[in-house]
Design a protein around this ligand. Structure first.
Ligand code: XIL
Length: 331
């Protein structure tokens, strides 16, 4: 029984409100998800290694279950993700002898994967993170080292968007990345997406993962990032929002319960963030959290294994936190 206003209603005129889910949380968080959220993303179940463990074996069970959950609760669904350097099986990059596969074969394999997956969920998935995290965080290089880059060259990015567009011409296709508000990386993401647009590549949006914390990135950096990506004429989505209690390089392990003053700081932070996001409601079409409530977050194991974190608007019992009340009253 929920007495608080529903997020999806409060922000109905602004953007969709999403959550990353998995087969466990659609059960343990079903009521919370159904009440507050109108969009979901599969946390792991649509990644390459989950869907396509062997060349001739697809495994759609878990993904189909999440798609059915979205349908049952009249939620939109985002697809995550087609091309990434993580959670992708080795067979894809190898020939039968275990050596690196040729560029032609890798492109044929990825085309077939994208056609199969995007084609299967044509009616259900309205937006895809086609390419995830290919920009290098530091240094002069634009693209990070990867097997994709080694074998195909930088063209793998444009090709992936073309394959996805062929498979579902109606789907909105996104480039998605983290550290998206960091000045150096923001400029590189902008440069990549701009060059894709100039080549006529079918790309429709930029996904800002938004793995943020109480202190970073600054609101100014977030604002500049939004304006810069929006200047490309594309729509933006926050795709993986969480607000960690710890700075990224803070490796402290000693917080067992969350202190009230951190909950207040988090409320200040969420209030300011949502005020900013609402200013850009014409370009931001969706805000997805990378989870829903503090009983389950990937941050409990990242970047420090086994350290509890409390990044969301709902606590471990699914009750609204100070941050929830603050963004609701200021909306
Ligand atoms: C994370 C999942 O939440 C974890 O369960 C998994 O172990 C690793 O991946 N950027 C992304 C997401 O694009 O796919 C990642 O999800 C978090 C960082």
């Amino acid at each position: 029984d929920f007495t608080e206003p529903a997020l999806k209603t409060v922000f109905a005129e602004d953007f969709k409100i999403g959550a990353a889910v998995n087969p466990l949380t659609i059960q343990s968080q079903e009521h919370l998800l159904a009440y507050h959220f109108n969009s979901i993303t599969a946390e792991n179940e649509m990644k390459f290694e989950s869907l396509h463990p062997l060349e001739d074996t697809y495994n759609f069970r878990a993904a189909d279950q999440l798609v059915a959950f979205a349908r049952e609760h009249h939620m939109a669904m985002r697809g995550h993700t087609l091309i990434w350097h993580n959670q992708t099986t080795d067979w894809l990059f190898e020939d039968k002898g275990g050596g690196p596969v040729s560029k032609e074969i890798l492109l044929a394999r990825v085309k077939s994967h994208i056609q199969t997956v995007v084609g299967r969920y044509k009616e259900e998935i309205y937006a895809w993170d086609v390419v995830n995290e290919v920009i290098a965080d530091e240094g002069e290089e634009l693209l990070r080292q990867s097997k994709w880059l080694d074998i195909v060259g930088p063209d793998f990015i444009a090709k992936a968007f073309e394959f996805a567009h062929e498979a579902d011409p109606k789907a909105l296709l996104f480039y998605n990345d983290y550290n998206e508000s960091h000045p150096l990386k923001r400029d590189k993401i902008y440069k990549l997406v701009k060059s894709l647009l100039e080549q006529g590549v079918p790309i429709h949006g930029v996904g800002l993962q938004a793995h943020w914390n109480l202190y970073d990135p600054s609101l100014d950096d977030i604002r500049t990032a939004i304006e810069k990506y929006a200047s490309l004429g594309l729509q933006l989505q926050l795709t993986e929002l969480d607000v960690s209690m710890f700075r990224f390089d803070d490796k402290r392990m000693d917080l067992k319960a969350v202190p009230a003053e951190l909950l207040e700081l988090q409320a200040d932070r969420y209030e300011a963030m949502f005020a900013l996001l609402r200013e850009y409601r014409d370009v931001i079409s969706s805000v997805t959290f990378w989870g829903a409530a503090d009983d389950y977050t990937w941050l409990d194991d990242f970047p420090v294994r086994g350290r509890k974190n409390w990044p969301f608007l709902f606590d471990e019992g699914h009750k609204p936190k100070p941050a929830f009340h603050r963004i609701i009253t200021s909306a």
